[in-house]
Ligand binder design. Structure first.
Ligand code: HEC
Ligand code: HEC
Length: 354
């Protein structure tokens, strides 16, 4: 029985059902529901977690142009850093570092989130300060801690590169402009969706796509209330929540910085202090370390901290293991990166680095 606790309580009334419900929950919590052919989507958290669509629906030519930009280190002030330096598509769309060095070697003030499925987040950045991927891309190109460039240098470089100029002129009436550079990057990033994870296959009706362990972890994720914050197609990314609902996370961690204020930095509203966009948990097994501060090195640690500070529960190791088994099923097969072009253009541009 997937909803085992409520069921066991209800069944205390009727002895026969007590046997059925509780015995079932003891022996195999993940056993299929009684009705044959009952849709999986009628179970537990499946109501709040949706499968990832299979197609990105973006213009392929503009995406290809965006891909070259994404991998191009010459968009940084000194030719050292591309978007992909911090958002490595072979590392879950992150660099797997707590803080990321930018073009000048300065470290980012927060952990690098994944670019995978970012289009499904209701806002961009930990504090939600950008409403779209276009608006988001404005940040890193000129941020001194990231690519440290200026728009006049970026546009001069892109339009002087004949390969880029030809493609931009073919795709956009306006040719190379700040807007079209941002559009190309955003369109490319909208192609970075990761469908077909084992959990998507399970949601779509393949009961054997995930292990019994993972099914029990999924059930626990729902029963404990993780899914009240981590939900939707991204298993997150659709609301702001405070870190430390049930305990003072920051007092326990110490060294509070401005970056820890989260949404407050955007709104100036006191009740928004320490509130962050609930991160997507898709591919989360590939994106360590965790949290906006990169403070949890492993997934079991992140899960333990979540239960403690968001739900006020000290989880036994066995439950942590079940939750991690479930979270691992949210990792999709690696994306096909068409970066023959991207890496070729990346290398070709190395010689031109300023
Ligand atoms: C130096 C490392 C670094 C580079 C280079 C970099 N990023 Fe990021 N990226 C980050 C960090 C750190 C954040 C989180 C910043 C924040 O939330 O305040 C981020 C956030 C994002 C997000 C938001 C994801 C979300 O879920 O909120 C997207 C999208 C993104 N970057 C795309 C890009 C693109 C496109 C480029 C190139 C133009 C780029 N990044 C270059 C480190 C980097
Ligand atoms: C009250 C809302 C809420 C609940 C309940 C909640 N989370 Fe979270 N979760 C968040 C927020 C907010 C963050 C980001 C915190 C930060 O970065 O400081 C987060 C971050 C995470 C991360 C790290 C993701 C990353 O990429 O860094 C994991 C893993 C996670 N949660 C798993 C869980 C699990 C498992 C549960 C249930 C035991 C749970 N969460 C319950 C709001 C919640």
């Amino acid at each position: 029985m997937l909803k085992r606790y409520p069921l066991c309580q209800i069944t205390i009334v009727a002895f026969t059902i007590v046997l059925l419900g509780c015995d079932d929950s003891r022996s195999d919590r993940s056993s299929p529901p009684p009705q044959p052919n009952r849709p999986i989507s009628s179970l537990g958290a499946a109501e709040t977690i949706y499968p990832m669509p299979l197609a990105h629906g973006q213009d392929e030519d503009i995406a290809l142009l965006g891909e070259q930009l994404f991998f191009d280190r010459n968009l940084s002030s000194n030719g050292s850093t591309s978007c992909a330096s911090c958002h490595d598509l072979n590392r879950g769309g992150t660099d797997q570092l707590a803080r990321s060095p930018g073009a000048t070697g300065q470290l980012s003030s927060v952990n690098t989130p994944t670019v995978f499925n970012a289009r499904f987040n209701f806002k961009q950045f930990w504090d939600g300060r950008a409403d779209s991927l276009e608006e988001q891309a404005l940040g890193p190109l000129t941020n001194p801690k990231e690519m440290n460039n200026t728009w006049s240098d970026i546009l001069a470089y892109v339009s002087s590169n004949t390969e880029y100029a030809t493609q931009f002129n073919a795709q956009f009436d306006a040719g190379v402009t700040k807007e079209t550079v941002l559009t190309a990057l955003a369109v490319y990033q909208r192609t970075l969706i990761t469908p077909n994870s084992p959990f998507d296959q399970f949601l779509n009706g393949d009961e054997d796509a995930i292990t019994d362990q993972a099914k029990q972890g999924f059930e626990l994720f729902d029963d404990l209330g993780c899914s009240s914050c981590h939900q939707g197609v991204n298993v997150g990314g659709n609301m702001f929540q405070r870190i430390g609902v049930m305990g003072d996370y920051f007092a326990d961690r110490g060294n509070v910085t401005e970056a820890d204020f989260g949404l407050y930095n955007v709104t100036g509203i006191e009740s928004d202090r320490y509130r962050f966009k609930v991160p997507s948990l898709r591919n989360v097994a590939d994106t360590s370390p965790y949290f906006h501060d990169g403070s949890a090195p492993t997934l079991p640690e992140a899960v333990t901290i979540m239960a403690r500070y968001q739900l006020g529960i000290e989880l036994p190791q066995s439950d942590v293991d079940l939750l991690v088994s479930f979270l691992e099923t949210l990792s999709a097969p690696p994306l096909e990166v068409r970066s023959t072009q991207a890496s070729a253009s990346n290398q070709a541009h190395q010689g031109e680095a300023r």
